[in-house]
Design a protein around this ligand. Structure first.
Ligand SMILES: *[C@@H]1O[C@H](CO)[C@@H](O)[C@H](O)[C@H]1NC(C)=O
Ligand SMILES: *[C@@H]1O[C@H](CO)[C@@H](O)[C@H](O)[C@H]1NC(C)=O
Ligand SMILES: *[C@@H]1O[C@H](CO)[C@@H](O)[C@H](O)[C@H]1NC(C)=O
Ligand SMILES: *[C@@H]1O[C@H](CO)[C@@H](O)[C@H](O)[C@H]1NC(C)=O
Length: 279
């Protein structure tokens, strides 16, 4: 092609026409129809081969992935725990009676709990307690009601500071969503404190996590799903010093398939956090 262009400019017009279609030889763009067909065939085969190779590779890789699913499933299907408000280092620090010191925490809690407002939850289903809420494959999935009011003193409804103003803060413990997870037994959240005389109140009662909120079908089909929550109200012992640090660990109990003692993952089925309250 470069050679053609190097010829005189006055000739190049007809040369180009010749190049595009040469009536004598029947060449189109310098090639005969059969030559073009061959080239086309070559590329067709070539790219077909590449596509085939790609598909094969993909397929082989997916096969191996499939094989490893059961291996990892055990770990994946055991959820982690997290708290709200989630602060840096999982340390909740504030001064009683000092609104600014806990404003951010209660704001976080209010925002976090908004989807649980009874008025919003009214659109969801009243499910049978204690039973899994299994649903058909195809449909858009329904969600079970979890009323904000069931968190009682920690709902932020009657006491909109969640107890922070009186130094008895609420912390919400939530379990990560795991698609398809069905906890066995009677899962519940139990928290312990190394500090003596710390009183803990659970909402709902006993820190129970009802089975009706499982399984979860995923973001796409289970649009209105809200995960069950457990709120813990921390009532510290009477103050002796001006600074009380309370270290707490919350764990999932009562379910065989929810792990809570993995050495490598300290959030698997448990969460540790600190609460510091200045008077
Ligand atoms: C904090 O507020 C409570 C009432 O909510 C009040 O009884 C108490 O005296 C206050 N404490 C301080 C240090 O202001
Ligand atoms: C949620 O609250 C509504 C009304 O406030 C009530 O009718 C419903 O039974 C409650 N649902 C649950 C699961 O407690
Ligand atoms: C919850 O923790 C308390 C305090 O450690 C303990 O006495 C109780 O047995 C625990 N409950 C369960 C179900 O493990
Ligand atoms: C407060 O301190 C006193 C003495 O310093 C001690 O006797 C008492 O047990 C402490 N109270 C609590 C609740 O720790």
């Amino acid at each position: 092609m470069a050679k053609e262009e190097n010829k005189g400019s006055e000739q190049s017009g007809s040369d180009w026409k010749q190049f595009i279609y040469n009536p004598q030889s029947g060449e189109f763009m310098g090639r005969t129809a059969s030559s073009w067909a061959l080239i086309l065939l070559f590329y067709l085969v070539f790219y077909g081969f590449l596509a085939g190779l790609f598909t094969l590779t993909m397929w082989v890789m997916l096969q191996t992935l499939d094989d490893s699913v059961p291996k990892y499933r055990d770990r994946v299907s055991s959820p982690g725990l997290m708290i709200s408000p989630k602060s840096a280092g999982l340390e909740i620090k504030f001064t009683r009676n000092k609104t600014q010191s806990y404003q951010e925490y209660i704001q976080t809690l209010h925002t976090f709990l908004t989807p649980y407002n009874d008025a919003i939850q009214a659109k969801n289903d009243l499910c049978a307690p204690g039973l899994y809420f299994d649903q058909d494959e195809k449909d858009e999935k329904k969600a079970c009601q979890f009323n904000r009011s069931s968190l009682g003193l920690c709902s932020g409804i009657e006491d909109n500071t969640f107890g922070y103003n009186e130094g008895k803060p609420c912390v919400i413990v939530k379990m990560n969503r795991i698609i398809g997870l069905k906890p066995e037994g009677n899962p519940k959240i139990n928290c312990t404190s190394k500090t003596e005389d710390v009183n803990l109140q659970y909402f709902p009662e006993n820190g129970k996590i009802d089975l009706m909120y499982f399984p979860y079908y995923g973001k796409k089909t289970h649009v209105n799903y809200v995960q069950p929550l457990v709120a813990v109200k921390i009532i510290p012992p009477p103050y002796n010093s001006s600074l009380d640090e309370i270290s707490l660990e919350c764990k999932i109990h009562g379910s065989r398939n929810l792990k809570n003692e993995d050495e490598r993952d300290k959030f698997l089925g448990r969460v540790t956090f600190k609460v510091k309250i200045w008077v």
